[in-house]
Design a binder for this molecule. Structure first.
Ligand code: CA
Ligand code: CA
Ligand code: CA
Length: 409
């Protein structure tokens, strides 16, 4: 009897161990309980944003720009949105997190949604790329909004050697994490900075674990020089740029445009703040002014186009004229324009390019614009490039067309 009882308990013990293990294995094999595994990592291309700093002691600039990186399939949707709110220049030395240093305040929103399977975790990482900047993540309750997640860890400051982060467990789908952070610079407006922000979303899709990595890279550059011979004249190519101007300290920003292609036009737009009047100037490689766009009035966009010089760099100046400090936007493009500024004119049947204009007769230089077309020609619209014209022309309602500048003669 004793031997039978012992065998019975051994059998029960074995069953108690083996049966759950078998069931566990079965459930894992059938996917009822997913086996924990190293997730497959999908890294999306980074979305970049840039701005230059200003030279305005005590100045606060509203930036109001959004940078988004999104990954969306039938399986999952993940989004990282960074709203760059403001730039603060040399603030009060006793008030944190800046303590007299300049920096950028931004809010961040991490969103996750999955129709099947389940989410595991959201991790937001902040990594300054250089030694002269620090990132501070807001931990106050008022600055952290959570839906269907549980925050499991925050490292509230980060340097180039130790990233800051917010880690959260996903409780349900959809879920989101909204928070705020400050990117603060230790240098005196002399070096470039980059902050790499990334959202890592891990989930189980019913078959395997996946991790989506969504990077956003923020770039901040020193103020562009106030004179054409300043060592901080900023070299740029085609693209969109943001920067600030203010009276007294930052009255001009000079850019060197690196386009050395024969027959191409350099096309420059500048949009000032709605409460400021800024102007645009163009200089050749010998630093002689060749064109300008100097409309009067707040918020008026400036535009000019000029043939690129295959032998050297040209220069662009954005100059403060009147009223408020603020952020302007600069856009540089190039196109083959036949060496002359052009406009579109109505020839009685269609809109056609009329580029029989001298380079110095760009409307921004104030010279009269004349056409070689027939007397029936009616000047209708000024467009900076053919692509933009075709896009606008395809719209049915011409009342909505954007006019870079209306002819005033
Ligand atoms: Ca500036
Ligand atoms: Ca400047
Ligand atoms: Ca102006």
């Amino acid at each position: 009897m004793e031997g039978f009882a012992k065998r019975k308990w051994v059998a029960i013990t074995l069953a108690a161990v083996i049966l759950p293990m078998s069931l566990l294995t079965t459930f894992k094999l059938t996917g009822i309980i997913p086996e924990s595994q190293t997730p497959e990592i999908i890294t999306v291309d980074a979305v970049n944003w840039n701005m230059t700093r200003s030279l305005h002691p005590g100045g606060i600039y509203d930036i109001g720009e959004t940078v988004e990186n999104i990954y969306a399939t039938n399986e999952v949707a993940v989004m990282l949105r960074v709203d760059v709110c403001s730039y603060v220049d040399d603030p009060d030395p006793v008030v944190g997190p800046y303590f007299g240093r300049d920096g950028v305040c931004f809010t961040l929103s991490a969103n996750f949604s999955i129709p099947k399977g389940f989410g595991v975790s959201l991790v937001v990482k902040y990594l300054p790329a250089d030694d002269n900047a620090t990132v501070y993540v807001q931990t106050s309750n008022w600055a952290v909004i959570k839906e269907n997640i549980s925050v499991t860890g925050i490292k509230w400051f980060g340097t180039s050697e130790n990233e800051a982060y917010t880690k959260a467990e996903i409780l349900n789908s959809p879920c989101c994490l909204d928070t705020q952070a400050y990117w603060v610079f230790d240098d005196q407006n002399t070096i470039d900075h980059t902050l790499n922000v990334a959202l890592e979303a891990t989930y189980f899709n019913g078959t395997t674990y996946q991790k989506i990595v969504l990077p956003v890279a923020l770039h901040i550059f020193p103020d562009a020089g106030n004179t054409i011979n300043d060592p901080n004249v900023r070299s740029i190519g085609c693209g969109s740029y943001k920067a600030c101007l203010c009276p007294i300290y930052d009255t001009s920003d000079f850019y060197k445009i690196l386009v050395h292609e024969s027959g191409k036009m350099v096309d420059v737009h500048m949009k000032p703040p709605s409460d400021a009047d800024y102007d645009l100037y163009y200089y050749d490689r010998n630093k002689n002014e060749q064109a300008h766009s100097t409309n009067r009035g707040n918020g008026i966009m400036e535009w000019l186009a000029y043939p690129s010089d295959p032998l050297g760099d040209c220069y662009i100046e954005v100059r403060f004229y009147a009223n408020c400090s603020g952020k302007y936007e600069l856009e540089v493009t190039t196109y083959y324009g036949g060496g002359c500024p052009f406009l579109y004119a109505w020839n009685g049947q269609d809109y056609v390019i009329d580029n029989n204009l001298l380079p110095t007769s760009a409307r921004s230089s104030g010279t009269d614009v004349r056409s070689s077309a027939s007397e029936s020609t009616i000047f209708i619209l000024f467009f900076p490039n053919p692509r933009e014209f075709q896009e606008k022309k395809s719209q049915e309602n011409f009342d909505n067309i954007w006019f870079p500048e209306k002819r005033t003669e």
